[in-house]
Design a protein around this ligand. Structure first.
Ligand code: ZN
Ligand code: ZN
Length: 399
């Protein structure tokens, strides 16, 4: 069997054990990486020899890749990578020597080997000296980009075919987790991935001193802002005769936040908190459904909380999110009721203000307060809200 009984390998194993048991734990990581990368090159050459000798067939594996994967505890893609490198390095002596001496790393050598393999019958166009020069000068990321350019120049049809094959790998799954959160898992093609990233990054900027979200949280919020904006525009295709929208089902007691009321139900999700319900219903279309013994006995007309004419007038007045310093224009905002209409707040100009998705959430769930002072709206963070103490009969307000 390979890897057993070879005196050189036994010596290496003993040296590695001695190295791992050393007292002085600090080592130069760059030099350590050179050793590891050189051994990766050696490993790649060795698995290529295994394939040539047909050792994998003796062990009952159908392909050398599956044999490497199984016997060396590697993923199939890693095993295929090592086999490709081992195969190509046989006829790329300068690149092989540069890997052994530590001039270039294993990943750079791998990128070059894959390019040469992909060129197929056009592999003569691969200039070893030129490509090795690039590997010495550029990072792995830039070398990979350069190889894609070189691949396209040498073999545009192969490049296109590979891109189309990759396109088949696109997927997106959104699944509901047990706590009501949604997990997203997907692979997007270069164009869609780039477009999504560009759009989300433009919405995921830090929004001011009070914004303590991590970048990943801002990106998640940007998804929310983008899809709500798309739905608010009313231009998405209809499904079953209606524009896409989020449906929340609640009771009258739930709307009024009465003690003991059941939480509201969000379509395709789990029940939501009262504060989130208040935010969603701040600007929504309400339908009344009367039940008797679980039987629907009456369905009222759908009514928009903020009527279209008042919405237009508010747009002219606010022209965008009213949160200080916010740059969101008016068509990226929605009306917010300073005193929730479910708690008796009127739907009028004095009680409604336009807020963007992020600041609307900051007010409802984040505990910020809006106070109307004369004709101005003032925004107070949670800890700055003046506390008014309850006053007993005949007792003055406490200082
Ligand atoms: Zn609101
Ligand atoms: Zn805003």
């Amino acid at each position: 069997m390979l890897g057993q009984g070879g005196t050189a390998l036994s010596k290496l194993e003993a040296d590695v054990r001695e190295f791992l048991a050393r007292d002085d734990r600090r080592v130069d990581p760059k030099r350590l990486r050179v050793v590891i990368d050189a051994l990766e090159g050696e490993f790649s050459g060795e698995v290529k020899n295994t394939q040539k000798a047909g050792d994998h067939l003796v062990d009952g594996a159908i392909t050398a890749v599956s044999w490497i994967s199984r016997s060396c505890g590697m993923s199939v893609s890693s095993a295929a990578d090592r086999l490709c490198v081992g195969t190509e390095l046989e006829s790329l002596p300068k690149i092989a020597a540069a890997l052994t001496s530590g001039e270039i790393g294993y990943q750079s050598a791998s990128v070059l080997c894959h390019l040469r393999e992909q060129l197929g019958d056009k592999r003569d166009l691969f200039n070893e000296d030129e490509m090795l020069g690039y590997a010495r000068r550029f990072s792995v990321f830039h070398l990979r980009m350069l190889c894609r350019v070189a691949r396209h120049a040498a073999d545009p049809d192969g490049f296109f075919n590979e891109a189309e094959e990759n396109h088949l790998r696109r997927r997106l799954h959104i699944s509901l987790m047990s706590d009501g959160m949604h997990a997203i898992d997907g692979v997007l093609d270069p164009e869609v991935g780039s477009a999504l990233r560009t759009a989300l990054e433009s919405l995921a900027t830090c929004r001011g001193r009070e914004d303590d979200r991590k970048h990943s949280q801002r990106m998640a919020d940007a998804v929310g802002e983008l899809v709500h904006h798309a739905m608010d525009q009313g231009t998405l295709p209809k499904r079953n005769g209606v524009r896409p929208h989020v449906t929340v089902t609640t009771t009258l007691e739930g709307l009024k936040n009465e003690f003991g009321a059941p939480p509201a139900d969000l379509e395709l999700s789990l029940p939501i908190s009262t504060k989130t319900l208040e935010r969603i219903t701040c600007d929504s279309t309400i339908s009344r459904v009367l039940l008797a013994d679980s039987m629907v006995i009456d369905v009222g007309r759908a009514t928009r909380v903020t009527s279209a004419p008042r919405r237009r007038a508010l747009r002219v007045r606010d022209r965008g999110c009213r949160f200080p310093g916010c740059d969101r224009p008016v068509n990226w905002t929605n009306p917010h009721h300073v005193v929730a209409w479910t708690r008796g707040g009127p739907s009028d100009f004095a009680n409604e203000v336009f807020l963007c998705y992020y600041h609307h959430r900051l007010v409802h769930e984040g505990g910020w307060h809006i106070i109307k002072v004369a004709r101005q709206f003032r925004f107070l963070p949670p800890e700055r809200m003046p506390v008014r103490r309850a006053r007993g009969p005949g007792v003055r307000w406490a200082a």
